[in-house]
Each structure stands twice: as structure tokens, then as C-alpha cells.
Design a protein around this ligand. Structure first.
Ligand code: GMT
Length: 378
């Protein structure tokens, strides 16, 4: 099949999933066209069957704000026509699903038009989509897609209810492929810890929804009981506040700020525990990444996290904001070697069994085939 993928090219989970899906589809023989405003940061253009089409950002003086949704629609229409796309798979509803609808309208007179698949990732529904400024257009664009998927059962149910969607939304979970060289191997652990110290890791986009300050509060409490270090990956609006707090508490020697890195796997895989105390998380890709490397997760019982992290098996879940509960869970795991080992093994087994590319990618291929058949029978 010829498949167009629209996603955010930045470091967020939706862009990562879209990019890796594109690569998996390409290795399975499909022709994959990425359409976005910059090269997705994990895209390997040198690989077979992968193409990239850049969307221009219009800087016309009259526009106080760039009109990305429109230039994206025009680019989608032109790529779809030129490369006879069968499927257009857009990741993150805003504005991608709307631009896809518009592109299909532009192509109205064409005999061959792609079917539009919209994958909802989380904040496009729970945070931004639900905002009154976007609600109507998000509902409309979901309803006009030829198929809609959500990355967890929780997000599927939430979307159907919040947007009163009667048409089916399918749950297709995210997947993750761990890098062989970091499985059971932590080449850089010694850079952050001394003998006998535990390493706790957190990675996010430092938005309020991630509650990164809770990570620090939990870490402070763990540190009162056992020697440990904290590794913080990523960047975002709350990072400065976190840095200030770390300084105020005199924790600079115990907290490593690594910022944005392409080598996230290298660092996640060397942790003893991953902390994810988010207020909302439709899936929690980073929790899956940790599990795949055998790193147990302590997280909040929100959104799709319980579908990914099996409570008491691959880590522990507590209500959002329960600093004491998450601290106890973390200490339980970090002070009991056998428990840590068994959670580590079960976490990687679960990641492989339910969230591998081999399990998930065929579900997308099956969906695409269904749509292509429907289209050709019209
Ligand atoms: O976490 C974010 O706000 C970024 C967002 C994204 O687009 O990358 O993440 C969402 O999509 C990820 C991939 O499907 C999920 O793993 C995240 O849980 C989800 N974030 C939220 O729901 C807050």
C-alpha cells in the first residue's frame, strides 16, 4: 500500500509512535510518505520505502499567526494525488485530522482518494480537544475520518463519551522496539551513580500535566532512606521551576538534568526505577519503554497507564498526587532485590507480549486493508 503519515516531528510520544510505525510499515514493503513541517527526529530517510514531504510555514505579513492547517491540507492533497496514496494516517487530531478532511475535499473530483485514519494520542482529546475553542472542529474531524483509533481503551471510551461519537473508535495500543544493545546492559550507569546507589529516572515534556515536582518530592523522600540519584530527561515549561526547587533544597549533587537527547534508550535502560506521577496519560509510552528494558515503573492510576503497567506486577500504581504512596512503592521495589528482579523480568515480558511491533503493526495493516477494500467497492 501507499501510505501517507502526518505527525508532529518533535520529541513527543505521538511523533515517535508515528515515525516508528512508518519504519515498520516500510520494512513490510509499504511505501511510506511522511508529511510534516520538519524532518521527524527519529526518521531515518536513508531507509528503503521512506519519503519525506516538507510543509511550508507561511510567513505572510498579514498573518499574525502561521496558518499551518491550511498549508498542510494543500500539501497532503498534492502528495496524495502525486503518489496515489491509498491511506492517509494522521497522528494527533489537531489540526491533522482537520487538514486531512480538507485535503480530501480538495481531491473531491479525483477517482483515487486516500482513506483517512485518525489516531488519537491523548492531549488532542483530554486537554486541547476538549477546550471550547477546538471542541466542534475536533468532533467534526473525528466524525469525518474514515477510521479512528485510540492508543488505549481508556482514551477510546473517554473520546466517545466526551465528544458523543457514535461511530466506532478502535483501540490499537502503542508499541515499542527496545534496542538490543541496551537490554540487560547499562553502559552509562556509572556516570550517574556510585557503588550501592540506586538510579531513579523520569522523562517527559515538563508540562503541568506531568507533575514533575511530584517526582522531586518522591525522590527527596526516597533519599531519606536509601542512597540514590535522580536522572531527569527532556525539557519543557516546568523545567526551570524544577531546577529552582532542586537548588533551593540543595539537591544539585543528586539530580542530573540531561535535557533533550536522541539517546533516551541509553539512559532509561540504566535506571532501577522509572517515576511517572502524571495527572493524565492516555498511554504512557515512556512507561512502556522503561518496561521493555526491564525497569519497573511507579506511576499514577490515571488514563491508560493501568492498561500498560500491570499494578503489583511490573511496578506499582497510586492515585495521582499520592506522594507518600508512590514513595512507599518505590522503596519497596528498590530495597527488595528479589522483588525488583521479578518485576523487571515481568515488565519486559509484558512489553514484549502485548506491545511489540509484531503484535501491533499488523493491526494497523489490517485496518488499512479493510479501508482500501471498502474504497474499491464504492
Ligand atoms: O505527553 C504529551 O503531552 C505528549 C503527547 C504526544 O503527542 O506525544 O503524548 C500523548 O501521546 C503519547 C503517545 O501516544 C502517549 O504515550 C501519552 O500518554 C500522551 N500524553 C498524555 O495523554 C498526557
Amino acid at each position: 500500500m501507499r501510505i501517507g503519515i502526518v505527525c508532529y516531528p518533535t520529541v513527543g510520544g505521538s511523533g515517535v509512535v508515528a515515525t516508528e510505525l512508518g519504519h515498520e510499515l516500510a520494512t513490510r514493503g509499504h511505501e511510506v510518505h511522511f508529511i510534516t513541517y520538519a524532518l521527524p527526529f527519529r526518521l531515518r530517510l536513508e531507509e528503503d520505502n521512506i519519503y519525506f514531504h516538507e510543509v511550508e510555514i507561511n510567513q505572510y505579513d498579514l498573518f499574525q499567526y502561521p496558518d499551518y492547517a491550511l498549508t498542510l491540507a494543500v500539501k497532503i492533497a498534492s502528495v496524495a494525488e502525486c503518489h496515489r496514496l491509498d491511506i492517509l494516517h494522521v497522528h494527533y487530531a489537531i489540526p491533522h485530522a482537520t487538514s486531512a478532511y480538507l485535503a480530501k475535499q480538495i481531491l473531491e473530483s479525483q477517482s483515487h482518494r486516500p482513506s483517512v485514519v485518525t489516531t488519537l494520542h491523548g492531549t488532542d482529546i483530554t486537554l486541547v480537544g476538549i477546550d471550547r475553542a477546538y471542541y466542534q472542529v475536533v468532533k467534526f474531524s473525528i466524525e469525518k475520518s474514515d477510521a479512528v483509533t485510540a492508543v488505549s481503551e481508556n482514551l477510546r471510551a473517554h473520546t466517545a463519551e466526551a465528544f458523543d461519537i457514535k461511530s466506532p473508535i478502535e483501540t490499537i495500543y502503542n508499541f515499542f522496539i527496545p534496542k538490543e544493545q541496551y537490554i540487560n546492559n547499562s553502559p552509562c550507569r556509572h556516570e550517574f551513580t556510585s557503588e550501592g546507589e540506586k538510579l531513579i529516572v523520569h522523562a517527559s515534556n515538563y508540562r503541568p500535566v506531568k507533575r514533575v515536582i511530584d517526582v522531586i518530592h518522591i525522590f527527596e523522600r526516597i533519599k531519606e532512606t536509601i542512597p540514590c540519584k535522580l536522572l531527569l530527561l527532556g525539557t519543557g515549561p516546568d523545567l526551570d521551576g524544577v531546577r529552582r526547587y532542586v537548588q533551593k533544597q540543595g539537591l544539585e549533587g543528586s539530580v542530573h538534568f540531561l535535557g533533550v537527547t536522541r539517546e533516551i534508550d541509553l539512559y532509561i535502560s540504566c535506571g532501577d526505577l522509572f517515576l511517572l506521577p502524571s495527572e493524565q496519560e492516555s498511554f504512557g509510552l515512556v512507561a512502556l519503554e522503561s518496561m521493555a528494558y526491564g525497569v519497573p515503573v511507579v506511576a499514577s492510576t490515571v488514563g491508560g497507564i493501568p492498561e500498560v503497567v500491570e499494578d503489583g506486577v511490573c511496578g506499582y500504581l497510586s492515585p495521582c498526587g499520592d506522594i507518600a504512596g508512590m514513595t512507599d512503592s518505590a522503596l519497596k521495589i528498590l530495597t527488595n532485590k528479589e522483588l525488583h528482579k521479578s518485576m523487571s523480568v515481568k515488565a519486559s515480558e509484558r512489553a514484549k507480549k502485548y506491545f511489540s511491533a509484531d503484535r501491533i503493526v499488523p493491526q494497523y495493516e489490517e485496518l488499512y486493508r479493510r479501508l482500501v477494500m471498502q474504497q474499491s467497492s464504492v
